[in-house]
Design a protein around this ligand. Structure first.
Ligand code: NAD
Ligand code: TYD
Length: 353
């Protein structure tokens, strides 16, 4: 039995689906169902007896202590977080609460659970914390990619809150001997990606005939990883990662934002052509994100050498799958893009005109 937190969000739900496709070890899935969590992502496992969904907050110690006592998981995998940089700029408070305070509460619950296990249980337990490459800050165009020894230098309230949680996780290993693992992954994309983030937002806006907002000059670089490759990396770290260690995970797919947007437009032109013109005609350069990180890039040598993990998708194959998934699942997109989503889009993009 494993306990997954945030398993109704983008990466968490992909992880749960991937896990249940590979084994029948049950998953308890604890998720608060914020705007970013959607049970529709888990529709295909709704009747699977190996998937136990619990709506709740990782910061609710009573609830979490009860779940740990009842299910006795051998591993806790923490995806739960506030995850959108632009939202963290508009309102950092939820990020401090969930990513720092609630993660601290979760660590306290797991520390107490670990202390109560027998020696064998203590040795077997893992707390895997899913983090981001954004904790390392921003690279210059010529800098070497981030490795695990890079100094943390977070620049947004989101990345600062994730950095704080990474430090707490590290401290719980160093001080209390909690068997923790941390993964720092680059930008993910794929099915069930909430349409506030660049790739699904561009697909949705393109099909709706709306403008495709590119921040600043569109020259910022992200290192894109197909979400299922990230899920495989997490399973590899859980299986054979060394407690106390961190593992950088990346796709070796550095792309400029404008390149990503143009690639999506070209795929849509091929799969869902407009009556006239290209989707690229809808591209609009808008006011930049404050403090916009210029470049992220991951050196994944450690996880490759120690755990034999390599991404299976190239950017070309992954983005093709992703665009086709969104074309086939437009109902899912409209279902998650509810009233609060529309309010967010209005407030984030109105000020960029
Ligand atoms: P997401 O925003 O899509 O999903 C987050 C999930 O956590 C949602 O289901 C939400 O309901 C849940 N949640 C939020 N607060 C909670 C709380 N207090 N208690 C319980 N559940 C709560 O995020 P994502 O993109 O799937 O990211 C998952 C994790 O991976 C995050 O920790 C993020 O920092 C990290 N990460 C994301 C990326 C990326 O590109 N998306 C890359 C690297 C790392
Ligand atoms: P995003 O998907 O929000 O991920 P992150 O900020 O965590 O990297 O954004 C990816 C890149 O795309 C980032 O450089 C900001 C840029 N971007 C746009 O140009 N336009 C948009 O509407 C959004 C949401 C992002």
């Amino acid at each position: 039995m494993i306990l997954v937190t945030g398993g109704a969000g983008f990466i968490g739900s992909n992880f749960v689906l991937d896990w249940l496709a590979h084994c029948d070890e049950p998953v308890v899935n604890l998720d608060k169902l914020t705007y970013a969590g959607n049970l529709a992502n888990l529709h295909s496992v709704a009747d699977n007896p190996s998937h136990i969904f619990v709506r709740g907050d990782i910061g609710d110690s009573g609830l979490v202590n009860g779940l740990l006592a009842q299910h006795r998981p051998r591993a806790i995998i923490n995806f739960a977080a506030e995850s959108h940089v632009d939202r963290s700029i508009h309102g950092p408070s939820d990020f401090i609460q969930t990513n720092i305070v609630c993660t601290f509460n979760l660590l306290e619950s797991v520390r107490a659970y670990h202390a109560g296990l027998d020696e064998q249980g203590k040795l077997a337990l893992r707390f895997l914390h899913v983090s981001t490459d954004e904790v390392y800050g921003s690279l210059g165009k010529q800098d070497p990619a981030f490795n695990e020894r890079n100094q943390y230098a977070p620049n947004s309230p989101y990345s600062a809150s994730k950095a704080a949680s990474d430090h707490l996780v590290r401290a719980y290993h160093h001080t209390y001997g909690l068997p923790v693992l941390t993964t720092n992954c680059s930008n993910n994309y794929g099915p069930y990606h909430f349409p506030e983030k660049l790739i699904p937002l561009v697909i949705r806006n393109a099909l709706a005939g709306k403008s495709l907002p590119v921040y600043g000059d569109g020259q910022q670089i992200r290192d894109w990883l197909y979400v299922v490759d990230h899920c495989r990396a997490i399973r590899a770290v859980l299986d054979a990662g060394r407690p106390g260690e961190t593992y950088n995970v990346g796709g070796n797919n550095e792309k400029r934002n404008i390149e990503v947007v143009r690639t999506i437009c070209a795929l849509l032109d091929a799969y869902a052509p407009k009556a006239s013109g290209s989707y690229a005609d809808q591209i609009e350069f808008v006011k930049d994100r404050p403090g916009h990180d210029v470049r992220y890039a991951i050196d994944a040598t450690k996880i490759q050498a120690e755990l034999g993990w390599f991404p299976q998708e190239s950017f070309d194959s992954g983005i093709d799958k992703t665009v086709r998934w969104y074309l086939d699942n437009q109902q899912w997109v409209e279902q998650v893009a509810d009233g609060s989503y529309r309010e967010w889009i209005d407030s984030n993009y109105k000020e960029r005109q």
